[in-house]
Design a protein around this ligand. Structure first.
Ligand code: NAD
Ligand code: UDP
Length: 345
């Protein structure tokens, strides 16, 4: 059995960390990425960390000709599908781009897999598929839907497509991994999250405040019904998340059907707790002001992560201190991300 995995979006934040985990677990990887939100330098850094090559094809998952070429040239046993657009706010401005990339792109990938007889797929889904009405903690058996933006809806739609595909082909084996809030970076400081422009997410924003690139953090909302008034999220270390993909690949080898797994720690942490934890880990102070709520934010959600523990044998093992220390190492050693200089102008 080949141990060669096609990783779509492998140059991105979670993809690059997963490449390291795969190679360290004895898998080989081929990457397809159009670099619309990433840099090829990330792949070189992965090779530096693991000492193993990553075969790279630059292009989009909507390119059927390229996909057919990749499957013809490589004996691929499974696909991990990260490629997609992920900015929640932008998805409301550009819904067609989000459905084209995330939904249509996934369909083309599935057709190419079918044509080449590849039956195993790990899909990057998100806690956002639980929608705005779900009770916490989120458990996989809850009904999904009621998503509130095209990004979330695109993830929900692909989940439905994958379930239908698995119903139609009993040989298909699919893991729908619902990530909570991935943060942190590889402990080497060589790879990490490298957002373009002003970061939307909390940790990259805090990290840029810490290196002096941004003046202060806006804490979106201080009047939520939570212990300190700020939102609670289930932050998990990206290195743990990457290992979850390896566990899922192993699970695919002796299961069929499409199954969902939450990947989170099972604990909620507030925005202010994150600020304090980052200050502790970095020794830097993070000036902030409490600003109005951000449209669409839910007050609090976290995972029931027991299914992944039970069935995949996966639990998040790294805590907040490691998440913050590794974010800080990555940001302070790479203040402009993968670029040599600040290109924001
Ligand atoms: P990322 O933007 O760093 O990585 C996505 C990669 O896919 C990038 O390298 C980008 O260039 C590439 N890409 C985008 N569209 C493509 C296309 N059509 N063809 C080929 N390549 C394409 O994002 P990430 O944080 O690493 O997220 C990876 C996946 O996990 C995404 O599907 C995202 O929606 C999902 N996810 C992320 C989070 C999170 O908080 N980071 C949470 C839940 C789910
Ligand atoms: N947040 C914040 N300031 C920022 C970015 C985010 O206060 O500059 C808050 C946001 O309101 C949410 C939490 O941090 O409560 C996590 O937000 P993020 O965008 O990282 O993840 P989300 O859970 O929204 O996907």
């Amino acid at each position: 059995m080949s141990k060669l995995v096609l990783v779509t979006g492998g140059a991105g934040y979670i993809g690059s960390h997963t490449l390291v985990a795969l190679q360290e677990a004895g898998f080989d990887a081929v990457v397809i990425d159009n670099l619309c939100n990433s840099s090829e330098v990330a792949l070189q850094r992965v090779e530096t960390i693991t000492g193993k090559p990553v075969r790279f094809y630059r292009g989009g998952v909507g390119d059927r000709v390229l996909l057919d070429q990749i499957f013809a040239e490589n004996a691929i046993c499974a696909v991990i599908h990260f490629a997609g657009l992920k900015a929640v706010g932008e998805s409301s401005q550009k819904p067609l781009e989000y459905y084209q990339n995330n939904v249509a792109g996934s369909l083309v990938l599935l057709e190419a897999m079918r044509a080449s007889g590849v039956k195993r797929l790990v899909f990057s889904s998100s806690a956002t598929v639980y929608g705005s009405e779900a009770p916490v903690p989120y458990v996989e058996t809850l009904q999904t839907g009621s998503t509130s933006n095209p990004y979330g809806t695109s993830k929900w739609m692909v989940e439905q497509v994958l379930r239908d595909a698995a119903n139609a082909d009993p040989e298909l084996s699919i893991a729908l991994l619902r990530y909570f809030n991935p943060v942190g970076a590889h402990p080497s400081g060589l790879i990490g999250e490298d957002p373009q422009g002003i970061p939307n997410n909390l940790l990259p924003y805090i990290a840029q405040v810490a290196v002096g690139k941004r003046e202060e953090l806006s804490v979106f909302g201080g009047d939520y019904p939570t212990p300190d008034g700020t939102c609670l999220r289930d932050y998990l270390h990206v290195v743990d998340l990457a290992l979850g993909h390896v566990r899922a690949l192993e699970w695919l080898a002796d299961h069929t059907g499409a199954e969902a797994f939450n990947l989170g720690t099972g604990q909620g942490t507030s925005v202010l707790e994150i600020v304090r934890a980052f200050e502790r880990a970095s020794g830097e102070s993070i000036p902030f002001q409490v600003a109005p709520r951000r449209a669409g934010d839910l007050p609090a959600f976290w995972a029931d992560a027991s299914r992944a523990a039970r069935e995949l044998g996966w639990v998040a093992s790294l805590g907040l201190d490691e998440m913050m220390a590794d974010t800080w190492r990555w940001q302070s050693e790479n203040p402009h991300g993968y670029r040599a200089v600040d290109e924001e102008g």
